[in-house]
Design a protein. Sequence first.
Length: 95
Amino acid sequence: MIVSVYAMYKEVNYGSKRRIEGSFMIIKEKAECWQVYSIVTDLYQPNPKRLKDWLSIPKSNGYESLHITVMGPESKWVEVQIRTERMDEIAERGL
């Protein structure tokens, strides 16, 4: 796994100071996406209405990612996108 729990903590806690309302977690293996999801939601309160699972059923254009929204510092919602390096490449550059 590329990201550490501390890196996630820093991103969610200090991201809002950089005026970023979201962050990306780029990991090595697709199977780790749900593990990272579990760690993030153990640390921060998730908004279950804002879970977007494009891992199980990718979009028609091939986009795959797991998006969750958690309550960050100062009671602000922060979106976290979890994907592999390959998924990120497709998301940024297309198929």
